[in-house]
Design a protein around this ligand. Structure first.
Ligand SMILES: *[C@@H]1O[C@H](CO)[C@@H](O)[C@H](O)[C@H]1NC(C)=O
Ligand SMILES: *[C@@H]1O[C@H](CO)[C@@H](O)[C@H](O)[C@H]1NC(C)=O
Ligand SMILES: *[C@@H]1O[C@H](CO)[C@@H](O)[C@H](O)[C@H]1NC(C)=O
Ligand SMILES: *[C@@H]1O[C@H](CO)[C@@H](O)[C@H](O)[C@H]1NC(C)=O
Ligand SMILES: *[C@@H]1O[C@H](CO)[C@@H](O)[C@H](O)[C@H]1NC(C)=O
Ligand SMILES: *[C@@H]1O[C@H](CO)[C@@H](O)[C@H](O)[C@H]1NC(C)=O
Ligand SMILES: *[C@@H]1O[C@H](CO)[C@@H](O)[C@H](O)[C@H]1NC(C)=O
Ligand SMILES: *[C@@H]1O[C@H](CO)[C@@H](O)[C@H](O)[C@H]1NC(C)=O
Ligand SMILES: *[C@@H]1O[C@H](CO)[C@@H](O)[C@H](O)[C@H]1NC(C)=O
Ligand SMILES: *[C@@H]1O[C@H](CO)[C@@H](O)[C@H](O)[C@H]1NC(C)=O
Ligand SMILES: *[C@@H]1O[C@H](CO)[C@@H](O)[C@H](O)[C@H]1NC(C)=O
Length: 807
């Protein structure tokens, strides 16, 4: 884990020699610089070895100068000089000039950022033990500060760093894109520490914390102290001049802590758990992510589930405006102009939109409210809510901050053209899309139980309850909406906690014992051998031992932590890992029926099972591509990697071992080594084109054709250099197409291509659909292939129609 740091003044020749001696420094002296070319070695390290400052890769050939915690497996960035303007990977540097100015030079020339100091001697830049990067001069015999990073925070506040009237926190765009995001923590003109949402097109902006409809004092705040300062201390106590105060659930102990405004608009206090080497959440402003404004954008709903966190979904008949980013919300699939004569309304039960009311109309009938909305040109719909005695009507000019929960009592009516009512009224709003920026899944996983000590517990809860608005908010919402929590939810949550904690680190000895000395081999691939084993708690596991790791520990842990976070019924569950010395192992659940490849030629796989396998696999892959926190390419989708449980439910295996991709880099990324298996590899690999999620879509298409025809695309063989042709994969596609075109009658081809082992027992409509989808997936040109999410929709859509037809 050690980074090798050295003084830059040393000649380059010594550079390599000295690397092993690992000289580190916390100071950059006048006239020297840190270069992006040597980003791994040109790093300042604080004396306590907790923080580093240097260049960090934020995109392809793009670097930002940052300060980060170096204690976690992947760097936790706490400050950035140039979050919106990364520098080029060639010749860029951070220089402390002879005149005492600290400048960030892009490609050696353009000044992107500077501290603006000049005309100073005896200046040095120091990374202090607190994480503060300080520019000081001792020119006049006395040392004084010229500039410090603590005075210009980005999205994180550290203990001992004051949040003052001149400073605010601004979230990052996403977990992987550090540029300026949509949420801001700032002091408002009334001396209140507030959270603001400012939408992507800057048209929408609203304060959502403290809860806007509460009076200030009811939120536990006071606007009469205009000193505007807030401070978090090492023991986990946060105090603000507006009366806000809260405690970390583990307060009282000196730990590494940080208060971060996360990309999802939630303000969270984290502390570092030395044992798991992970950040755990010890306080957050919103337990319920759907109460954060803007989270799903306009014309959409946020729904919250204790198990899965927040999800966004478009209104029926609407589609996402920007498929990378939920903040852009949804737009109608077919645009229309409002007209008071031809418009009608669709009801959406148990829902509400916050804000953008065009008035408030008390004691209205539904018809009256519809008329009110129709008479307002800009009215997009209305909220219709019973207040205990009468129904009230709230026409809306924007459908924003939508939120659905089965326990809500109010209904929303959306204005749509009457002739299309039946289209917009389709039974249920699909909630397929899981908002990637809603981080609850990860957070719940990281959540730590409050201290066991009951006295302490009471203290914590009382103080938090008094101070933090979240609880006031929940109470108010509960009264307001008569929300009731039942025991079922709690039980589920408990189950989740169990699941969450089951991801663990194993020792090598434990795993050796579990596998009886790595005896029973159940599979092997290019980089690993898989053994069957029984863990000490009796669970049967598949234990994957990676071949001699050329991968560093840090890299491995980073990937493992991602894999551990992935959680889907159609992905193989990862129970844990082992990283000891040169040993790298992963522990998975064991699948009784082995892989799809093992069973494809067996009669047990009838048509229904085959279709279910195609369906489940697409869902698993879609989750990998879109729904999880980080974007994961599988890169080796093939029947050997689709495992079957005792009910022949498919679970995708072997994911997450390919390089984990930055979402932002999705369009342009390169892999150093080609992965994949001949027969299933997309043409991009061969022609050296950018690798995107569409490579998995291609492989999926081939697997689907194999499910239909029972034919292998080729004798499966692993290629290491990738300089193989995809002709073989093409052959199965061509064969199917030829059969389709050459058939004597329009439908005869189905019988011809269907796996003879099924003996004609299959549903033609479904078969046709799967062939169609598979061929689309296996298109040569990646743009012509659908996304995995689209595949799921196409297959699911048929399921619906089918039900409709035959019931
Ligand atoms: C800065 O430069 C000006 C003119 O060059 C000089 O008069 C002044 O003393 C300098 N200040 C310091 C602090 O060196
Ligand atoms: C943190 O603040 C609390 C309350 O003001 C105080 O009791 C505690 O001593 C402080 N801890 C440190 C390390 O400053
Ligand atoms: C205002 O808040 C600051 C910081 O919390 C505190 O030191 C100061 O005493 C407060 N002033 C008044 C008048 O309450
Ligand atoms: C909506 O109105 C605009 C101008 O008022 C017009 O240009 C457009 O064609 C109309 N669209 C439809 C679908 O009627
Ligand atoms: C519909 O709108 C037009 C123009 O805004 C108005 O003249 C007419 O009275 C409205 N009709 C109804 C039924 O509200
Ligand atoms: C609501 O309106 C109806 C009809 O306009 C009226 O009879 C009733 O008294 C009203 N109820 C209240 C509580 O104002
Ligand atoms: C719980 O914590 C309080 C305060 O820190 C302490 O006085 C008490 O002895 C603790 N109780 C137990 C059972 O550990
Ligand atoms: C509202 O609360 C009351 C009493 O707290 C309860 O009897 C009633 O069932 C609740 N209604 C809903 C819709 O939850
Ligand atoms: C499926 O494959 C597994 C592993 O090879 C084998 O044990 C099992 O019997 C196969 N199932 C059928 C129905 O052939
Ligand atoms: C981050 O997001 C911004 C704005 O959407 C975009 O311009 C930039 O390219 C992204 N950066 C990366 C590294 O993806
Ligand atoms: C992708 O990378 C290639 C070279 O690696 C470059 O020429 C091209 O402009 C990049 N495309 C995008 C969209 O960044």
């Amino acid at each position: 884990m050690d980074f090798h740091i050295q003084l830059l003044v040393l000649p380059l020749l010594f550079h390599t020699l000295l690397i092993s001696s690992s000289t580190t420094t916390d100071i950059l002296s006048q006239g020297s610089s840190l270069s992006v070319k040597r980003a791994t070695t040109d790093v300042l390290v604080s004396r306590n070895s907790i923080f580093s400052a240097g260049f960090i890769l934020v995109g392809e050939n793009a670097f930002s100068f940052a300060v980060w915690f170096r204690i976690s497996s992947d760097p936790t960035i706490i400050w950035m000089a140039n979050r919106d303007q990364p520098v080029n990977g060639r010749d860029s540097k951070l220089s402390l000039t002879k005149t005492g100015n600290l400048v960030l030079l892009d490609a050696g020339r353009v000044v992107l950022w500077s501290t603006g100091t000049s005309n100073m001697s005896a200046v040095k830049l120091q990374l202090e033990d607190t994480g503060n990067l300080v520019l000081r001069t001792s020119e006049l015999g006395k040392s004084f500060t010229l500039w410090e990073s603590f005075e210009s925070p980005t999205d994180t506040l550290l203990p001992q760093q004051k949040l003052t009237m001149d400073t605010n926190l601004v979230s990052s765009k996403s977990q992987t894109n550090y540029s300026t995001g949509y949420y801001k923590l700032f002091w408002n003109d009334d001396n209140i520490l507030s959270l603001l949402f400012q939408g992507p097109d800057r048209q929408i902006s609203s304060v959502y914390w403290p809860i806007p409809w509460l009076e200030t004092f009811k939120s536990g705040r006071s606007s009469y102290n205009n000193s505007k300062t807030a401070l978090l201390n090492l023991t986990g106590v946060f105090l603000s001049s507006d009366g806000l105060s809260f405690l970390a659930t583990d307060y009282g102990v000196e730990l590494y802590r940080r208060l971060t405004l996360d990309p999802d608009g939630n303000l969270r206090l984290y502390s570092f758990d030395m044992k798991s080497r992970m950040w755990v959440v010890t306080w957050q402003a919103f337990p319920q992510p759907c109460n954060i404004h803007g989270i799903c954008g306009p014309n959409s709903f946020c729904t919250y589930d204790r198990n899965f966190g927040g999800r966004c979904s478009c209104l029926q008949g609407f589609k996402m405006r920007n498929y990378q980013d939920w903040f852009y919300g949804c737009e109608p699939e077919v645009k229309w102009n409002n007209s008071n004569e031809t418009d009608g309304f669709v009801r959406v039960a148990n829902a509400e939109f916050y804000g953008y009311d065009r008035g408030y109309f008390r004691n209205q009938t539904l018809n009256q409210c519809e008329e009110v909305c129709l008479s307002i040109q800009v009215c997009k719909g209305f909220q219709f809510k019973f207040d205990g005695s009468v129904y009230n009507c709230f026409p809306k000019s924007q459908l924003l901050n939508g939120h659905r929960e089965s326990s809500f009592s109010g209904d929303v009516y959306i204005r749509v053209p009457k002739v299309k009512l039946s289209f917009y009224e389709k039974p249920n709003v699909k909630e397929t899309e899981l908002g990637c920026h809603l981080e609850s899944v990860m957070l719940t996983r990281a959540y730590k139980n409050p201290p066991e000590n009951a006295t302490l517990k009471v203290l914590v809860w009382v103080s938090v309850g008094l101070a933090a608005v979240e609880f006031v908010c929940v109470t108010i919402v509960q009264c307001f909406l008569n929300l009731s929590r039942n025991g079922k939810v709690d039980k589920k949550a408990q189950g989740y906690m169990l699941a969450a904690t089951s991801f663990q680190e194993f020792t090598f000895a434990e795993l050796r014992k579990a596998t009886w000395g790595f005896r029973e081999e159940i599979g092997s691939g290019a980089g690993a051998v898989v053994y069957k084993g029984v863990l000490s708690d009796g669970r049967v596991a598949a234990i994957k031992r990676l071949r001699e790791a050329n991968q560093g520990n840090v890299e491995f842990l980073a990937e493992v932590s991602t894999i551990g976070r992935l959680n889907h019924m159609h992905l193989i569950e990862t129970w844990g890992y082992c990283a000891e010395g040169k040993h790298r192992l992963l522990v998975y659940e064991y699948m009784e029926h082995g892989s799809l490849a093992d069973n494809l030629s067996s009669k047990a796989l009838d048509w229904e099972k085959r279709f279910a396998i195609a369906m489940g696999t697409s869902k698993g892959l879609a989750y990998l591509h879109e729904e999880c926190l980080e974007w994961v390419l599988h890169c080796d989708v093939k029947p050997q990697n689709i495992l079957l449980d005792s009910n022949y439910n498919p679970k995708v295996a072997d994911f997450g071992l390919s390089k984990i991709q930055n979402r932002g880099e999705a369009h342009n990324s390169s892999f150093s080594r080609i992965r994949g298996t001949r027969g299933y590899m997309a043409p991009e690999w061969v022609y050296n084109l950018p690798i995107t999620s569409k490579v998995d879509v291609y492989s999926y298409g081939i697997v689907a054709l194999e499910l239909i025809t029972g034919r292998k695309p080729t004798g499966a063989q692993i290629v290491s250099d990738g300089r193989e042709t995809t002709e073989n994969a093409g052959r199965l596609v061509t064969w199917v197409k030829e059969k389709m075109n050459g058939a004597s009658t329009t439908e005869a081809w189905i019988e011809e291509i269907a796996d003879p082992i099924m003996e004609g027992n299959f549903e033609r409509a479904k078969m046709k659909l799967l062939v169609k989808v598979a061929l689309q997936c296996a298109e040569e040109v990646k743009e012509a292939r659908p996304t995995m999410r689209k595949v799921v929709e196409m297959l699911e859509c048929h399921e619906d129609e089918h039900a409709f037809f035959f019931n």
